[in-house]
Design a protein around this ligand. Structure first.
Ligand SMILES: *Cc1c(COP(=O)(O)O)cnc(C)c1O
Length: 385
């Protein structure tokens, strides 16, 4: 069965994990620090914390920015549940803004219109979480302008876009956002099994995150000198969001290969483009001029309304041929929990809803062979005739 995403683990990765298992440290040792340093260097962040998963990184972002029940946090509905759920953890209210139909990232004009109307109603917009969907960066320059104009913080949920570049800059994420979050789940560009990281350029945010990921504990040289070697203090309620040393050893080994992984994903995308672009039944993912796409996903839109096969039957047919497709994503605002608690207006999400109806995520991962791609593309073309 060919699935939509899969990790690539080699002998060096395995050796790195084994070496760590034989060392003195299984958690909170040198491999964690090393991974954080490697990530900080690669992504250009002055502060980096590796954590237990990408959702924890998002939760910590809200905690570090002091989100509270009177705050409004904005994101787009074409994302994984975790992006929006992380807003709910703090009791704040999630607001969704439709996607742009070309890049599938948050629509800037609709965003500003909504911010104006919320502000006029005396609602406090505390942050916008931009999702670099599928690996295509948001319009970060415009987001930054809006964040200054209306005084809110920017978070980049960067889980899809590791290795992407924006205006020729691979370190763009932390250049524009106050906080960047990543996930190293096996379907993402690099893996630690479960795992994630959070980046910031603010010393103040960094010191909060550092305590909050480990129960809110702080232990400083001053505190132990005054009170004793054992002494620590808890000033805020934190969590156990730590990651192990053997996971981080895997992460550092994987990070060395990230550029190669992304290169292969781009080759695969070109092959798919060749099969599907120029055919009216399909819309292939567009890449704006100033962007290098990282292709966590290859979202193909199929015009199911104008072909005989339904999306449901199409998925079944592909599955019977050994191809397990996926859909990214069911718009979060349409989930029963969100509908029940917030009741969003469907009319505001025309692009998201069209995209969801047509979208199919084709398999894309470094180990996929050119012959697999030919097989997948021909299967799709023959089923949608
Ligand atoms: C994977 C992902 C997450 C969550 O990461 P986990 O490590 O699975 O907790 C959050 N946001 C997006 C966009 C993701 O793709």
């Amino acid at each position: 069965m060919i699935s939509y995403g899969k990790q690539k683990i080699d002998e060096n990765d395995i050796q790195a994990v084994v070496d760590t298992l034989k060392s003195d440290w299984l958690t909170q040792g040198p491999a964690v620090k090393m991974f954080e340093n490697n990530l900080a260097k690669f992504f250009g962040a002055s502060h980096c914390y590796a954590v237990s998963n990408g959702t924890a990184a998002l939760h910590l972002s809200g905690l570090a920015l002091d989100w509270s029940p009177n705050d409004y946090i904005i994101t787009s509905p074409i994302t994984f549940l975790a992006t929006a759920n992380s807003i709910l953890y703090s009791g704040a209210t999630p607001i969704f803004i439709d996607i742009d139909p070309i890049t599938y990232t948050i629509d800037i004009l609709k965003l500003e219109k909504k911010i104006k109307s919320l502000t006029n109603n005396k609602k406090k917009i505390k942050a916008v979480i931009g999702v670099d969907f599928a690996g295509h960066p948001c319009d970060w320059e415009s987001l930054l302008k809006l964040s200054k104009k209306y005084n809110f913080k920017l978070i980049n949920d960067n889980c899809h876009a590791m290795g992407a570049s924006y205006k020729n800059n691979k370190k763009y994420a932390i250049k524009y956002a106050d906080i960047v979050t990543q996930s190293y789940h096996p379907v993402k560009h690099l893996t630690t099994g479960e795992g994630g990281a959070i980046f910031t350029k603010s010393k103040k945010i960094a010191s909060k995150i550092s305590a909050l990921r480990s129960h809110g504990m702080t232990k400083t040289a001053d505190l132990t000198r005054d009170n004793g070697q054992w002494y620590y203090e808890m000033n805020n309620l934190g969590y156990n969001y730590r990651i192990t040393d053997f996971q981080c050893a895997l992460g550092s080994s994987q990070l060395k290969k990230l550029n190669k992984f992304v290169e292969r994903r781009r080759e695969i995308a070109v092959l798919y483009d060749n099969y599907f672009s120029g055919n009216k039944q399909f819309i292939t993912p567009k890449v704006l001029n100033h962007v290098d796409h990282a292709y966590h996903l290859y979202p193909l839109q199929i015009d199911f309304k104008n072909i005989v096969i339904s999306k449901k039957s199409f998925f079944k047919e592909m599955y019977s041929k050994g191809i397990s497709l996926q859909v990214h994503y069911i718009p979060v605002n349409t989930q029963p929990y969100y509908k029940k608690n917030f009741g969003y207006d469907k009319k505001e999400f025309i692009n998201s809803s069209n995209f969801y109806n047509n979208e199919v995520s084709l398999p894309i991962y470094p180990d996929l062979k050119n012959s697999d791609i030919k097989f997948i593309a021909e299967a799709i073309l023959s089923s949608t005739k």
